[in-house]
Design a protein around this ligand. Structure first.
Ligand code: GLN
Length: 248
């Protein structure tokens, strides 16, 4: 049965595994290339993107991750994960905000990214280092921001699924969904459902072979939308309506 891997090198992976379980998807922590090969979908969790980048290199996972994304299997990249997935990690201006506060450049350091999602982001761009806050997206989605990246530009390869104060906070490009916030820390499961709808569909399309039964709960969660496995590339319009429908 298809299961979703949660990259578990650093950061908030456990809450994602729980969130996936809540929508009836099997989840496993993933730390090596073999596990990655077997996963049907992948979560890149929040945490500290510089540390995650180092650990990806140390574990020799970069190639496996590239292959995973190239295969078209669904990916949900949240916060630090979004920073890793972005086409570009930009820098703020060079000036100090106030004496002793450190320059924008120090607070919003640029770094290497993989370019799986056609967006540019700026790190720690919603306030001071420790800032975290809750809000609602313009569409009503609950948002938890923790030293969040700001999506400063969205290229033609991605589309915006949700905004906060007019700025993009949830985007999608191909099978990759990116959130600047932490959907796993709210009770609302729409983002996880949306990101992995193709898996839920492919599992429920073969009920006779589904032995674990953990996908059954997902069958009623994405009603009326039947993109089937791999069809996530063409469901932007229906995604928006799913996401904005009231109720988690
Ligand atoms: N500020 C972190 C970074 O730059 C991301 C924060 C998060 O994932 N909550 O990696």
């Amino acid at each position: 049965m298809a299961w979703v891997g949660v990259l578990s090198l650093q950061g908030g992976f456990a809450a994602h595994a729980r969130a996936l379980g809540e929508i009836g998807l099997a989840a496993r922590e993933v730390r090596d290339a073999r596990e990655l090969e077997e996963a049907g979908g992948l979560v890149l969790p929040g945490g500290e993107s510089t540390a995650q980048l180092r650990l990806i290199e140390r574990h020799g996972l970069a190639e496996g991750l590239e292959a995973f994304v190239a295969s078209g299997r669904p990916v949900l990249a949240t916060c630090a994960g979004l920073i890793l997935a972005a086409r570009q990690v930009g820098q703020g201006g060079g000036s100090a905000v106030r004496p002793g506060a450190g320059s924008e450049r120090e607070r919003r350091p640029s770094q290497r990214s993989f370019g799986w999602l056609d967006v540019e982001v700026e790190r720690n761009a919603y306030g001071r280092q420790l800032d975290s806050f809750e809000a609602r997206s313009d569409e009503g989605l609950p948002l938890v921001f923790i030293r969040a990246p700001r999506i400063t530009s969205v290229g033609s390869g991605a589309s915006v699924l949700a905004r906060w104060r007019g700025e993009p906070v949830l985007v999608r490009g191909g099978a990759v969904t990116g959130a600047a916030f932490h959907p796993e820390l709210t009770p609302d499961r729409r983002v996880h459902r949306l990101a992995f709808a193709a898996i839920a569909e492919s599992v429920t399309a073969r009920p006779a072979r589904s032995t674990g039964g953990s996908a059954s709960a997902a069958s009623g969660d994405v009603p009326g939308q039947d993109p089937g496995a791999g069809a996530v590339h063409r469901v932007h319009a229906s995604e928006r309506s799913q996401l904005h429908r009231s109720g988690a």
